[in-house]
Design a protein around this ligand. Structure first.
Ligand code: IPM
Ligand code: MG
Length: 291
């Protein structure tokens, strides 16, 4: 089946690792290059336009290298491109497999402290974590279905002893979803304890369900325990075709950043980009990663 893939190679080592990843795709597939990232921002002041987002929606998937550059203020490219695409395409699951550890992270990908809600002046800064039943429920549902295809074991991670509002809602929703999956054994860990156990005893984990920021941090930690950031790939998915708001099934990317310090030196490891291409091909083959 012929496919159309949007390719946003981005900054730093992005283009070189994506070039290697693309060699793994069927050469008959159409590639739609998206010129976005630091180079364009510094040239034009734009991150990505609505019509480019629409062009991505009309592709089967988006492959992204990395965005980020020390010449661009923090957040401009991250929020302007990557987080915008995750939100606007409603890619609510961030799936991060670590096959070498037998662990897969299911990270809620649209809310939490990534929601961009807050305010500041010279002496105050408020950053609000957004948590909705709908978002927790659909992410948890995906994680439990995934657990059923693996070892029937799920660990969910939060900080319910301190973040009592968000943690309380997460607990209520995860417990509610778990009643539909009686065969899946459920474990809960506070995020600090989860960090400790990931280093000391990664074998106790299988599917790990967590919120946006905890998932960001713990997945880098797992990469450090496992084969390194050079090998970690991720899939940002809207897994259900019935509710998916577009043709595009997801955004596939290495977990690593743009590493401008080694760009062009030949040192960049393309394994994560190859892994991202494999996740992309898998998602298109299955159409839904989990059914
Ligand atoms: C990741 C990255 C992004 C995130 C950054 C680049 C915004 O660290 O995909 O893990 O925090 O989600
Ligand atoms: Mg990260």
């Amino acid at each position: 089946m012929s496919r159309r893939i949007a390719v946003l190679a981005g900054d730093g080592i992005g283009p070189e690792v994506i070039a290697v990843g693309l060699e793994r795709l069927d050469p008959s597939w159409e590639m739609v290059p998206i010129d976005a990232g630091a180079g364009r921002y510094l040239r034009t002041g734009d991150t990505i336009t609505g019509s480019e987002v629409d062009a991505i929606r009309d592709c089967d998937a988006l492959l992204l290298g990395a965005v980020g550059d020390p010449r661009v203020p923090d957040g401009v490219l991250e929020r302007g491109i990557l987080l915008r695409l995750r939100r606007e395409l409603d890619l609510y699951v961030n799936l991060r497999p670590f096959p070498e550890l037998g662990i897969v992270f299911v990270r809620e990908n649209t809310e939490g402290l990534y929601a961009g809600v807050g305010e500041c002046d010279e002496v105050h800064a408020f950053e609000t974590s957004v948590n909705t039943r709908t978002a927790i429920q659909r992410t948890a549902g995906y994680a439990f279905r995934l657990a059923r295809t693996r070892g029937d074991h799920l660990t969910w991670v939060h900080k319910t002893n301190v973040l009592t509002y968000a943690g309380g809602l997460w607990r209520a929703v995860v417990e509610d979803v778990s009643t539909s999956f009686p065969e899946v054994s459920v474990d809960y860990l506070h995020v600090d304890a989860a960090a400790y156990h990931l280093v000391r005893d990664p074998g106790r984990f299988d599917v790990v369900l967590t919120d946006n920021l905890f998932g960001d941090v713990l997945s880098d930690l797992a990469a450090g325990v496992g084969d390194g950031l050079g090998a970690a790939a991720s899939a940002n998915l809207h897994p259900d075709p019935q509710t998916r708001p577009q043709r595009c099934v997801g955004l596939f990317e290495p977990v690593h950043g743009s590493a401008p310090d080694i760009a062009g030196t030949g040192l960049a490891d393309p394994s994560a980009a190859i892994g991202a291409v494999e996740l992309l091909v898998d998602a298109l083959e299955q159409e839904v990663a989990v059914t």
